[in-house]
Ligand binder design. Sequence first.
Ligand SMILES: [Zn+2]
Length: 397
Amino acid sequence: MKGPSPRRLWKYATRRLGLKPYFRSPGDGRLRPQIPAHALLWALLIGHVLRQYAFHAVEALVRSPARRWLGVSAAFGDDALGYFTERLNPASTRAALAATLRRAKRNKAFDDSRFIGLAVDGTTVGRTSAAACPLCRPWRNAAGQVAGCRHHFTLISVVGTGLSLPFDVEPYGPGDSEYAAGQRLLRRAVGNLGVRFADYLVVDGEFATAPFLQAVGALGLHVVARLKANLPALLEAAQRRFRSQPPPTTFWDGPDRVEVWDADDFDPWETLRWETVRVIFYRQHPPQGNVIEAFWLTDFPTRRVSSRSLYRMAKSRWEIENQGFNDAKNRHGLQHICRHHANSLLVGWLLTLLALTIERLYRLRYLHRGTHRVRTAIELVRLLWLSLARPSFTDTS
Ligand SMILES: [Zn+2]
């Protein structure tokens, strides 16, 4: 039978993406393992791809006759997954994700785009009624009372290339912050990917501080950051200048008319060691009305990046919301707590990202060779499920 199947996906991951060494030694911290680590790991990953992420759901799959078609070599219970993920070293999965991205770049997966972007942003997952791990942060209801706890992390994703690949997370517990976690994440991610992997980092306004922008520059990246009221002097200067001028650049983004103002001679604020700051302002007119406008700042020189390219880079930040958080939460169980244990949670988030990365490279690049159209995510999920329903008489194991 031709067409996508979990076993073909396994072959793709281990051979084409070079993940065989990772499956062989994924940082297994169990003392006397009975079940091979690769069986547990692949069951978790294929579970995420099939949108069956709960440990009980994975157990049901591997205890069913479909197990051999899933490519999982042993059956096990949900407790085995809990024990395994509590002890799995997250560094190995982070390294596997970075290696997969480097290989994708070598294989020209991003060659359609002139610039490769990275985006960093924070999110909230895993709400529970009571604190149970060191990452739990209390959350308060409208009356200000502690009403439970939840978990936070910053996520980093490749953006701006037509292939959104989220590839690392950094949690922040009580006493820590999104801003501090974002800096740790960026430093580690660039260390794992290599300094020349990406061209720019795009972030929301809360990261637009002098220390953060300078740290980005020191990592060899340009930065594109939302300019908001936390930088009042620069925002006011840009508003004063741009709102009094007609737009110098106008173009169409799909059905939307876009006007862009752009100037590279604004003064940096006291602590920012840049000679000047470039600011763009866009006003986007969708056909139905509801004008969208925003200010952004950057250190990209005008001669290297046009107003229009800068607009696209600014817009690429939405990928971390849509193809990052929304996809992972709504379809792949990023919100779900399988085992309330700090390492288990972190490993679960990282494995969600690895499953998304394998699925996207397989579907959007590997299956898309030739002239046929790209399959949607749900089409691939259906084909994978259908491939599991085979007659039992062929089962000779
Ligand atoms: Zn917790």
